[in-house]
Design a protein around this ligand. Structure first.
Ligand SMILES: [Zn+2]
Length: 370
């Protein structure tokens, strides 16, 4: 259907929106700078009572709760200390939402240095959703402490709304969220009625209630892609730490299917479950190795990953090509310059990035362990 509209008038309206948006962005930068200037004018420690008093001043002036004022103060602190980001906001290249996203997901100076300019450039022509994905796919995996802290923050919250509705929000490990959403989507597409008038979004929402019904059974499969480079793993397309993806791929329940990919993410093996190590074989390797096979490490085999010495699919999934590695050393092997070879009888020779070599032997032989 043609829309009867004067093109020049339409163009003028859109230009008006663009101009207003530029003004909003510049004003957002100005507001952050004003708050940051207040902080700079007072010699206060960020966590001191004097700083808290300053935030109370901002809260009263803007009619905000103390908590909201602190959030604003944190944003000012976070963005105004990064000149590139502040300039991009002031000149209108990006909006406040994208500026906060970049500041939050690139928090450390080395990440800033490496990605900030590219992120600003990318954010200028992509949606917030795309920018988030772009940033997440470039972040190195957090260390164990960071992952533990994030995991401890998992939660489900509800907020009442009007007209008998309520928001339900969950902060979950990526693979759980993907599995849950896939289950809801599956139910939404299968639990239909004749002449169903509901939209897909409405059917997914109704599927949440279906899950409460004991009679409802839903089988979920989630795709795990595991690049051989040791970075860039995804679950249903969502970035997640490589070691988490590895653990999903090794699980024996049929929910998680692993696809092996090249370092650039190109799928090279689409047969589900190829990465799975049979239980008996895993038991044998753990009995042979007893602990992590990195030099000097004594993390028990039960808490170790089983790693292919020659990466799959070039290397076979056999006892001679598998060894136990704890999470830390597994990550070090895949993400840094360490290399390992089996020099015979399952003796491993490790070569460090500096070129030094170290050897470790398994405490048990295979005959003894089998
Ligand atoms: Zn170890």
């Amino acid at each position: 259907m043609d829309i009867d509209i004067d093109v020049d008038q339409f163009d003028g309206l859109v230009e008006g929106i663009d101009a207003a948006e530029l003004a909003v962005r510049a004003a957002a930068a100005g507001r952050l700078e004003a708050i940051y200037a207040l902080h700079q004018a007072l010699p206060t420690d960020r966590y001191s009572a004097a700083c808290d008093a300053l935030v109370a001043e901002v809260a009263c002036s803007l009619n905000l709760s103390h908590r909201s004022a602190w959030r604003l103060y944190d944003e000012a602190f976070m963005i105004c200390q990064r000149r590139g980001l502040l300039t991009a906001l002031r000149t209108g290249d990006i909006d406040l939402t994208r500026a906060k996203l970049i500041a939050t997901l690139l928090p450390t100076s080395d990440l800033q240095e490496r990605w900030e300019a590219d992120a600003i450039d990318y954010a200028g022509s992509h949606t917030t959703y795309q920018v988030r994905r772009w940033l997440l796919s470039r972040l190195p995996d957090g260390d164990d402490k960071a992952k533990k802290t994030a995991f401890e923050d998992r939660r489900v919250e509800i907020t009442a709304d009007r007209d008998g509705m309520t928001d339900l929000y969950a902060y979950l490990p990526t693979e759980v969220a993907e599995a849950l959403f896939t289950a809801l989507d599956t139910l939404a597409r299968t639990n239909t009625v004749p002449d169903d008038q509901r939209t897909l979004a409405q059917r997914r929402a109704d599927a949440v209630a279906d899950l409460l019904d004991e009679q409802t059974v839903v089988k979920t499969t989630v795709a795990v892609v595991l690049p051989t480079s040791g970075i860039g793993a995804t679950v249903n397309g969502c970035p997640l730490p490589w070691t988490n993806a590895w653990h999903l791929a090794c699980r024996t329940d049929p929910t998680w299917f692993a696809w092996l990919a090249t370092p650039t993410g190109r799928i090279i093996n689409t047969t589900p479950g190829q990465y799975r190590i049979p239980t008996a074989l895993a038991r044998t390797v753990r009995a042979r190795d007893q602990h992590c096979r990195f030099p000097g490490c004594s993390v028990p085999a039960a808490r170790c990953d089983l790693d292919h010495t020659i990466p799959h699919p070039d290397g076979d999934t056999t006892a001679d090509n598998l060894h136990c590695l704890c999470r830390r050393h597994h990550r070090i092997k895949h993400q840094t310059g360490w290399h390992v070879v089996n020099i015979g009888d399952n003796e491993l020779e490790w070569t460090s990035p500096a070129g030094r070599t170290y050897r470790t032997k398994p405490p048990n032989t295979l005959d003894h362990a089998a």
